[in-house]
Design a protein around this ligand. Sequence first.
Ligand code: NAP
Length: 539
Amino acid sequence: MSTSSSAINARMLRMRLPRVCVTIIGKTAAEMIEKAEQVARDDNSFIEFRLDYLSEPASLLPKLKGFFEYNPHMILIATCRRKKTGGLFRGSIASEVDILTRAASAGCQLVDVELDTASKLKDRDWDKLRKHGAAILLSHHDFRATKNLEKVYAKMSQYPADFFKIVTTAKELYDNVEMMKFLATKSDERPMIGVCMGEQGLISRLLSLRAGSIFTFGAANPGEETAPGQIAARRLHETYRIDQIDISTRVYGVAGDPVGHSLSPAMMNTAFRRENLNAVYLGLHAKTMKDLMHCVREIPIHGLSITMPYKESVMRHLDKSDPLSTKIGACNTVIRSQEGKLYGFNTDVAGVLRPLEQRMPIQNAKVLVMGAGGAARAAVFGLKERGAEVYVLNRTAAKGQQLARQAHAKFLQRGNLSKLYAKGWVWDCIINATPVGMDNAEDKTAGSEKPLLTDKELVTRYVFEMVYSPAETKLTKMARARGIHVIPGIEMFVHQGARQFEIWTGKPAPIEEMHKVVLHALEQRTAQAAADKNNKKKR
Ligand code: NAP
């Protein structure tokens, strides 16, 4: 086929390309086809077959005919990336060209050629690749960084390709901005695909599309990612609603270090979808505050949930914060105004007060808060402001005393608890605002730690457990066994999120849906942890 007619083909193809290309891997050709059929049934019409994952890449080709018969609308990319350029294929460049040519003859409309390979191709190789009308997707992967984009582009421009795909590694959030700026300048010249890999590349996986990237890649199933940071296609569609992302989509996110475990993206995207808002919520793994602030201004990001370790340090970057956040000295919610001003709030307060006030009057309630960190500060200041009688108990006495003094609460020595009980004292609520009881990958001991109080010391109507992962802690089990009502950490999590939603959107939050999705995610996590434990035992 001549270069000009193949260019027309490529232009027409471009107009048909969906936003997500699902990458298929497998050990055998049959397995790959089975997965492709499943992906097609799930309403995806764009697939990349990673032939290099097969020990015999050509073994898939005869099966493609049958696949096309049942799925004539599908668009297929054939990729047979050599080991040297980040793939698994051990053959020569000549065999790569041969396999790709046969894939094109079997109906693949695009063939992927890595830049390094392109530099070694002869004219006759290009002719061969084009012979069956396939478009050429010229790829470049940088597994280390996001740099030299212009240089790479200039190099790519030397070759007769129809699509340019540049995939780099995000070392910081701002790399996504670099990628998107680059795409915005080049996508008028060429059909471009641009993505940053890595956990920090999530922004580009979703937002590059509005900077000019024609599509993005998704894994066929969780656990089958072919690049670091790749997301399962179903999640791209269902959680992030990738098909609706456009220039007016408002961007929100949870910023912290780490954020991979956060349930906020699932919860907030559910809320946005339920309320039909053109908004997306991302996990923003920020290694530094500077990096985060850079992105807030440039992307721009309309609202942030702030998590550890930035709840306090973010205060310095705000134009204004509400009086309670100022007193607490920590903020977990940022909203960016139209003029770019940043306002901070602390919705952990609502996370504590709302579940409580649904159960009891807060005025004059006798509450014991265990802990003196950020969450405890939100609880103590919030409760004091609503007229509760608050006591603080903390491992480091000086910190507990300081909090009690600042909030006009009382400090309680552990030893004085029994004296109170001897006088018939009963708490309305005991709040655990420490991580004791939490599952924590970094601190393997935390989940197994004993609760801070013995069961006899739980002389209270309610136990409020701030820890939400796991959904049931030793403390909540102990309380339930004594017939004490429990307010689980998930309620605080959902209510603090609901308040964020209200601040950002001015609408009431769909709290039931938010609760449902978080509970489901926690149950899945618990089931997964149990399965992992079982598998470990078997081994
Ligand atoms: P933080 O600022 O690090 O404070 C932790 C507090 O817990 C400190 O007072 C610390 O005492 C105490 N502590 C830590 N380990 C302890 C141990 N082994 N024994 C006794 N005391 C211990 O943490 P944070 O941000 O306040 O968060 C506290 C907990 O609340 C975490 O589990 C977090 O996940 C949870 N939380 C939940 C929600 C929700 O939505 N459900 C929201 C925010 C926080 P020292 O002063 O002696 O170090």
